[in-house]
Every structure is written in C-alpha cells, then in structure tokens.
Design a protein around this ligand. Sequence first.
Ligand SMILES: Cc1cc2nc3c(=O)[nH]c(=O)nc-3n(C[C@H](O)[C@H](O)[C@H](O)COP(=O)(O)OP(=O)(O)OC[C@H]3O[C@@H](n4cnc5c(N)ncnc54)[C@H](O)[C@@H]3O)c2cc1C
Length: 345
Amino acid sequence: MDIDYIIVGFGLAGLAFVEELEKKGKTYIIFENESQNSSKVAAGMYNPVVLKRFTPVWNGNEQLKVALAFFKEIEKRHNRTYLYDVPIYRVFKSIEEQNNWFAACDKPKLAAYMSTTLIPNNKKEVLAPFGFGELLHTGRLDVNSLLYNYQKKLILKNKLIKETFNYATLEILETSVRYKNVNARHLVFCEGFGLKDNPFFNYLPMNEAKGELITIHAPSLKVEYLIKAALFVLPLGNDLYKVGATFNWKDKTQKPTEKGREELIKKLEATINTTYKIVDHVAGIRPTVKDRRPLIGIHPKYKQLAILNGLGTRGVMIAPTVAKQLYANIENKVPLHKEIDIKRF
Ligand SMILES: Cc1cc2nc3c(=O)[nH]c(=O)nc-3n(C[C@H](O)[C@H](O)[C@H](O)COP(=O)(O)OP(=O)(O)OC[C@H]3O[C@@H](n4cnc5c(N)ncnc54)[C@H](O)[C@@H]3O)c2cc1C
C-alpha cells in the first residue's frame, strides 16, 4: 500500500495533524496503542492567561482564535457539541492579589480576557473571602468525547489501527519509509510521553509532568463557573465537578495514587465547604518540555520523519496551530517559528 503519511499516536497532537491531512486530501494511516492518556484525562480548559502571575500565555491570543475555529468545524461535521463556554473565577487570596489583578487588566494583551469588576463571593459553599476576578472568553473542550467519536469514524474507514508501532520494524528508504506492507512519503510521530521509547527523537529534552484529577459529586455546590484557587473545580453538569490537577515530575506511571488523591482532597477542602463524594480518579503524563515550548519539526538526518509533540499543559489551544505549521513545513518548506522548531536542541 502506498500512502502519503503514517501517524503514530492519536491524542490531541495526532488528531490536529490528521485534520490537516483530511483538509488537503492526503492519504494516511494511524497507529494507536492506548499506552498514553494525557489527552483522554485532560480537563480540556482553554484560557490565554497564566493565572499564577496574571501574564499572557505565549501567542495565546492567536492560538485561541485558530483553536476555536478548528474545533467548531469538527463540531459541525460531527453534528455534536465539544466546546463549552465556562467562565473562570480566580479566587483572590488577599487585597494585594486583587490589586495585582486590576493592574494586569490594563495590559493590552490581557484586557480582552480579564474583567475589571470585583466579584464578591455570595455562596457559603465556596471559600473566597476576598472575592474573585473573572476571566472572559474561556471554556472547556470535551477532549475525551471528541477523540472517541473521531477515532470511531477513522476505524470504520480503516484509517486507524489499534496496534503498537514497533520502531525496530521501520525501514528508512531514500525518500520514503516502509512499515510492514505500507510505503509512506512521511511519518509523523505524535506519541506524547511515548516519545521516551522513540529511538529517532528521544534525544529531545522532554520534562514530563504527571497529573492526577478526581471527579466529585457535590449536589449542594451549584456553581456554573470554574473556581480557580490552589486547584481548579470545574463544573461538568449533573452536580459533577472535575478537580485538579497535581504536578509530579518524578513518578512516570499513569496510575492514580493515594498521595495524589490526598493532595487533591486537602486543596479541595480549602476551596469548598460542602459535602461531596469522589466518583472518579485518573492520571496522565503531560508532555512538557524544558523550555515550555512544543517540539515540532523534521528529523535532522531522516527527512521523512517528523515530530509533533511537547504540547505541555495547553494542548487544546496549541495543537491546531502547530499542526498547521508542521504541515506547511513538511509540504511547502515554510520555515517553523524558531521557538517551536526542534532545531533549537
Ligand atoms: C491531568 C491533566 C490535565 C490536563 N488539563 C489540560 C487542560 O485543561 N487544558 C489543556 O489544554 N491541556 C491539558 N492537559 C494537557 C494535554 O492533555 C496535553 O497537552 C495533550 O493531551 C498532549 O497530547 P498528545 O497528543 O501530544 O499526547 P497524548 O494524549 O499522550 O497522545 C499520545 C498518543 O500516542 C499513543 N502512542 C504512544 N506511543 C505509541 C506507539 N509506539 N504506538 C502507537 N501509539 C502510541 C498513545 O497511546 C497516545 O494516545 C492536561 C494533562 C493532564 C495529564
């Protein structure tokens, strides 16, 4: 079989690249082995402001525009909703934090996203004596449903194979690659933390961060905004809330842990004051990079091999932009932005 592309991995990175291939009418096959689940467990929030320091996310404004148009187009095609508007209420810890918020509101890159109205807390179930600052134009992508539905369609079209891609079996030919019975012009690796096993690209400095999340059922909480304090409490509907997330740079397993659960409970109980029951607990490894920028580009020696990885903590916003850039780089030699190009390593 002769095709244009082999793709390894179908998380947000793989999906974003496949959309490009579909738009351009390219032929492809995907290998996906469910060894990583960063995209599946992600809270899916998008927000172009760094809430710790009240600073803009790198290229956040541009990325958000591209991402919203990108996911809306898929929603239309699938005739389903994946994007949900969710305002973010940042809990102020002190008067000083309130002042920092209002100072940041004047910055040109932040003004459109940060409300200048101080929101008092009027719910006894939420612990926020200094009130909140509201972020605008923020929301959630239901990543899990999107991946599930997209994958189902690809399997029906024989474009996705549930199988581990075995690196040792790959043959690199002069201007193409051969994998078993498939000849392809290009191979794009989108394996998330699976990168560690990739002999062609595992020289790149991933600084992965495990994250754990719990889902709680809290019938009397009744909030429709995301509460952002030491952690976030994200309403999902039906009195369910996703609560997270932890950051752990040592544990490389995907398993939820007792330690992670305890940390989340402690922070949750400093944020809300109501009864709740934990109904789910998940974990995944974020493919974060030392310099906090994605890993995009073509292999220095084998021009048929490329990578789309390093989406870090913000895969929802960044994946569509970098997938477009990688495609333009491979097909039309459009240079990549220096900050994302793997040539920097
Ligand atoms: C707890 C948590 C919360 C998060 N919350 C958010 C959030 O609110 N907003 C946001 O934007 N981002 C969030 N993220 C980050 C986001 O999930 C990542 O940026 C994004 O999912 C990375 O996507 P990816 O496709 O690169 O990796 P992955 O989702 O890990 O996908 C890689 C895929 O490759 C497959 N694979 C790997 N090796 C092989 C192989 N050899 N053969 C076949 N298949 C293979 C894996 O099975 C996997 O499906 C969160 C992450 C975590 C862990």
